[in-house]
Design a protein around this ligand. Structure first.
Ligand code: NAP
Length: 546
């Protein structure tokens, strides 16, 4: 692909650039960035690979997809009118509703005229002589702009397992993130789901309702906790709308921008009875409280983590009738909360249903996929459908799929071969005028909150440049080194950084991603924002501006 697009991306004369900015992606970050850049009077073009806007909520149409953050903490906060006119129907809204919301945003702010759909970016090359970027789409067209803003999303590059015979399967098969737009019926079908991350868990709950037989192929179980979703009543709606300033203020203060934040007590600072009662309370409450609002040391202290791990294991044993099945569903190689906690609704009870089977791939690995189904060490599983809930080449995968080249043709992929190096997760030295939204080394958490901050920071930088007639921004190497060291330092001691998962950049289906890297900023969101705010307040001294 790179060679083809090298031919397409020809030299750009130092004459007029087509646009002031090109944004890659029309998901939550791309849409908001477009709104902000328009306010600066800029000519902006958004290229979006999909046939509609919405990013993650456009692509992930699998059954059961929904928020794990409270709906009212997830929507955009920037427009009071938007907040008042949009009513979320459930505490954790389902994907179709979120997609409708983002379509509504696109219409309400008249965004579509600057968005080109069905336009996947294949290459982006910095052109020093033009002082901008030249972008090549897969359709062969070329476009230039002063700024290239990546709004790719940290979970946008789906990955399939590498199993022999996959292409020979005669039934239907889908990756959850490439789900068909039309209805998919499981009734009367023998369905397999491979993967038990947050996506697999949501899918399994739904498929189990109607499939004749559901076989779950699990390699590593995850620690799941109840979502406790329910509709938002009329009265709650009124209170939520009145409380928005307070809701978003709280999100600004918490560790990861969720409504939940760690309890100030350590797990051993209370009596065993108090501790048990606190765990019970969290398990009975909606959302991420049990993960994000637990004792302050459960994600850093092994002994504290063992307590909550034991508590959730007991819950699984209570909920799953067959003790052997329960043991298979209890993770043994990592503690609770050290990977992203999937939130569930009757997930464990699914395994009590007569139409559901669990295949533990650690005992009986998949040998191959055949035209009829999946062959493991000890059985042939005949199937009508295979659902791959096998995750993403996270954080850097979206970047790796585009041939991005900076100063003197340096490839971003090569630059990051040993792990990403960035300044605040926003800029990469040698790749001028390429701000990244939700790039590696940014604080993720409750993503829209981080997106709004990230976009506003980038907009502030561009405004600063435009007011001073500056046209080139690059990160200074010493600033990149300092930030990259800082990101590594803040992650030290976090148990999640000692476990294989997308948090630590591991994806065994992707070449070169078998070992852990520090791909995300794992300090607190307020600390991240304080750092970025100071850079702006002091006039962007860490950047070479010209
Ligand atoms: P994931 O967490 O990476 O899970 C992928 C699953 O596929 C894992 O169970 C993995 O097993 C399995 N797998 C991968 N390759 C396999 C193979 N070759 N054979 C067998 N099993 C294989 O991906 P995800 O579930 O799509 O979730 C990714 C992230 O998306 C989540 O952590 C979350 O941040 C986000 N998400 C959010 C929501 C929400 O907000 N509601 C919903 C869904 C997802 P191993 O663990 O053994 O690798």
């Amino acid at each position: 692909m790179a060679a083809t697009h090298e031919a397409q991306v020809s030299a750009v004369a130092a004459t007029a650039l087509d646009h002031d900015a090109i944004i890659v992606g029309a998901g939550m970050s791309g849409l908001y960035q477009l709104i902000r850049l328009r306010e600066l009077g800029m000519r902006v073009r958004v290229f979006e690979a999909g046939t509609g806007v919405g990013g993650t909520w456009y692509w992930n149409r699998y059954p059961g997809a929904r928020f794990d953050s409270e709906s009212y903490s997830y929507g955009y906060s920037f427009s009071r009118e938007l907040l008042q006119e949009w009513s979320w129907s459930e505490h954790f809204a389902p994907q179709p509703e979120t997609l409708r919301y983002l379509d509504h945003v696109a219409d309400r702010f008249d965004l579509r005229r600057d968005i080109r759909l069905r336009s996947r970016v294949a290459a982006a090359h910095w052109r020093e002589e033009a002082g901008g970027w030249e972008v090549a789409l897969e359709d062969g067209s070329r476009h230039t702009a002063r700024f290239l803003i990546t709004a790719l999303g940290p979970l946008s590059a789906p990955t399939l397992p590498r199993i022999e015979g996959m292409e020979t399967f005669r039934g239907q098969s889908f990756h959850t993130s490439r789900w068909p737009h039309g209805p998919v019926d499981f009734a009367g079908k023998r369905v397999a789901v491979i993967g038990t991350g947050a996506t697999g868990v949501q899918t399994i709950q739904e498929v189990a309702k109607t499939a004749t037989r559901l076989t779950v192929f699990q390699r590593t179980p995850n620690w799941c906790a109840p979502l406790h979703n329910r509709p938002i009543t009329h009265e709650e709606q009124r209170r939520i709308k009145a409380a928005y300033p307070e809701i978003f203020r709280r999100c600004q203060e918490t560790f990861a921008c969720f409504l939940h934040t760690p309890d100030s007590r350590g797990a051993f600072e209370v009596s065993p009875e108090e501790r048990e009662a606190f765990f019970e309370k969290l398990y009975a409450e909606p959302g991420f409280g049990i993960w994000q609002g637990n004792f302050r040391d459960i994600l850093t202290d092994r002994r504290a983590n063992a307590l909550i791990t034991d508590f959730v294991a007991r819950k699984i044993r209570q909920r799953v009738e067959d003790p052997l099945m329960a043991e298979k569903l209890i993770p043994k190689n990592h503690g609770f909360g050290t990977r992203r906690v999937p939130l569930e609704t009757n997930y464990y009870e699914v395994y009590n249903q007569p139409n559901v089977r669990l295949v533990d791939l650690r005992e009986t690995p998949i040998e191959r996929i055949t035209p009829e189904g999946i062959r493991t060490g000890d059985a042939e599983h005949e199937l009508d459908m295979i659902v791959y809930a096998t995750g993403f080449d996270a954080i850097t995968g979206g970047f790796d799929r585009i041939d991005i080249r900076g100063v003197e043709g340096q490839r971003l992929k090569d630059r990051w071969a040993g792990g990403p190096q960035t300044f605040m997760g926003v800029l990469v030295e040698g790749f001028p005028n390429m701000p990244m939204l939700m790039g590696p080394h940014t604080a993720l958490g409750n993503i829209p909150r981080s997106i709004e901050y990230n976009v506003d920071w980038v907009t502030g930088l561009i405004r600063h440049m435009r007011e001073r007639g500056l046209t080139r921004a690059d990160a200074r190497p010493e600033a990149v080194a300092a930030w990259t060291d800082h990101v590594k330092a803040v992650g030290t001691g976090l148990l999640s950084n000692e476990v294989d998962s997308w948090f630590t950049g591991v994806n065994r289906n992707v070449e070169g991603k078998q070992t852990r890297t520090v791909a995300r900023y794992s300090g607190s969101a307020p600390a991240y924002r304080a750092w970025c705010d100071e850079v702006a307040a002091k006039g962007y001294r860490e950047l070479a501006l010209a």
